[in-house]
Design a protein around this ligand. Structure first.
Ligand code: ADP
Ligand code: ASP
Ligand code: MG
Length: 467
């Protein structure tokens, strides 16, 4: 029997009305597919509230988390009151949620006493939102007559111990997920699984990073060999650019995995950047759809897409970045400078988003998040001290406040002059391009611009889409 994994984001479970829409979609898709699995985010705003409780507690504030405690209780109770008419069932779920919120306050209290917040503690606290929402959603499904069971992914999504950015361990995750989920499906039950979270082999809770529920959907879909993974959100699909930035953004009907991967990697918030990876390996189709407009077909993401002659399909941006330049005439022909440069950056755990090197070999530029600049500069100066002393490297410097604007489209590969059109559009709008990179997949072109020019640059390149 075919299997559909559906992931519902924060807004899709944001209140009772949204959860009713989720229940209606579940009912319809279960009838159509036979077997469905739900992966669910925390109710919208909840993860932010949990993290705020933790960070304010760390600075010694013992009041904010208590206010948040009350707000969290009210938010979940209000949804339950509308969704679950049976008193006994509602009280039982209310109790489970109350215990999770107690845990929040106890953890925040300890953080306040210690005055210290470790990544591990942040994960323990921020994972509570999904643990609450799955219980509400499963109860809402049961109230509608659909057998459903809430499950914590920490039982079977096994990850590395990189708190806040954990990676799944594929083999054990596959084994345990199948062992836990397939019997439920066999009994006609709809599993409602927490997105965003996992646990180490030792059972310590981890998270996959902000927005990570999409990734959970893909991990679970791959583990179960699903026939399709649907990401339900609050827009009709993947659009030509962020609709908040360009109101004329349009839904893209079909994208390839490679194009979707580039879009997500270069900042399209609609999908967590790692989502594509687990499903590409198994060739599982992915769809992005709107919970609030379920008849819209959304965006289908598959292996191969026939070119429709469009070159630039979409535009994305990443903000809050800095461009680091390592320059010096003595770098010419000296082997290993690039290796040591990136070794230094990696040693402080900074993520390099883009690299460009002038062919003269007199400089290497790369882009990293601005938050990592102090550590990156220190590590570079330390690792390249000898070259600096010898004046093989003259200067290591960072330009803060830049953004990467990326044009994505597989058609670029076979069409000459796309780069010229992108740069032309930027020049026409008086936007200065600081650096350029083209991915080897040739399905994207990235430009670095000043942060102040970012929105205008996105709109300028967006005018090239669909042409
Ligand atoms: P969810 O909570 O469902 O995961 P997110 O807020 O994480 O939803 O992602 C959906 C949002 O992503 C949309 O509401 C939209 O504002 C934003 N977005 C940014 N870029 C794009 C894009 N290219 N296509 C669609 N949505 C985008
Ligand atoms: N609830 C988590 C977050 O807000 C994960 C997600 O929604 O995807 O980041
Ligand atoms: Mg999201």
């Amino acid at each position: 029997m075919p299997l559909l994994v559906m992931k519902f984001g924060g807004t899709s479970v944001g209140d009772a009305a949204a959860i009713q829409a989720v229940a209606a979609i579940t009912e319809a898709q279960r009838a159509a597919w036979g077997r469905v699995v739900l992966v669910v985010s925390a109710m919208s705003g909840v993860t932010d509230m949990l993290i705020r409780g933790a960070t304010t507690a760390a600075s010694g504030d013992k009041h904010t988390f208590r206010d948040l405690d009350r707000m969290l209780r009210e938010k979940h109770a209000a949804a339950l009151a509308e969704l679950v008419p049976d008193d006994q069932e509602r009280t039982a779920i209310d109790d489970q949620i109350a215990r999770l919120i107690d845990e929040f306050s106890i953890l925040c209290h300890s953080v306040a006493v210690l005055g210290e917040l470790s990544p591990r503690a942040i994960d323990a606290i921020s994972s509570l939102g999904e643990r609450m929402s799955v219980r509400v959603v499963a109860a809402a499904l049961r109230a509608r007559g659909i057998p459903a069971e809430a499950l914590d992914a920490s039982e079977f999504v096994v990850t590395t111990a990189h708190f806040g950015d954990a990676r799944p361990l594929q083999e054990v995750t596959r084994e345990r997920t199948r062992a836990r989920i397939l019997p439920l499906l066999g009994r006609g039950i709809v599993p409602v699984i927490t997105g965003f979270i996992g646990a180490t082999e030792q059972g310590v809770t981890t998270t996959l990073g902000r927005g990570g529920s999409d990734y959970s959907g893909a991990i679970i879909g791959a583990a179960l060999d699903a026939d399709e993974v649907d990401i339900y959100t609050d827009v009709d699909g993947v659009m030509t650019t962020d609709p908040r930035l360009a109101p004329d953004a349009r839904v893209i009907p079909v994208l390839s995995y490679a194009e979707m991967g580039e879009l997500a990697y270069f900042g399209a918030k609609v999908l967590h950047p790692r989502t594509i990876r687990p499903i590409v390996e198994r060739g599982i189709p992915l769809r992005v759809r709107n919970t609030f407009n379920p008849s819209h077909p959304g965006t289908l993401v598959v292996q191969d897409v026939e070119s429709n002659g469009q070159t630039v399909k979409a535009v994305t941006a990443i903000r809050n970045l800095s461009l680091v330049t390592v320059e010096g005439r003595g770098m010419i022909g000296v082997p290993g400078v690039a290796a040591r440069t990136f070794g230094a950056v990696a040693s402080v755990g900074a993520n390099v988003l883009m690299i460009s090197q002038a062919s003269s070999e007199q400089s290497i530029c790369f882009v990293v998040p601005s938050s990592t600049i102090p550590q990156v500069t220190y590590a570079l100066e330390h690792n390249l001290a000898m070259e600096l002393a010898r004046r093989d490297i003259d200067r290591i410097w960072a330009r803060e406040d830049v953004a990467i604007v990326t044009a994505v489209g597989a058609g670029m590969r076979d069409t000459p002059g796309v780069a010229a059109r992108v740069f032309g559009a930027l020049a026409d709008n008086h936007i200065n391009v600081i650096a350029i990179a083209q991915g080897s997949s040739e399905c994207s072109i990235s430009t670095v611009v000043a942060a102040a020019d970012c929105d205008a640059a996105v709109r300028a390149v967006h005018r090239l889409t669909g042409v």
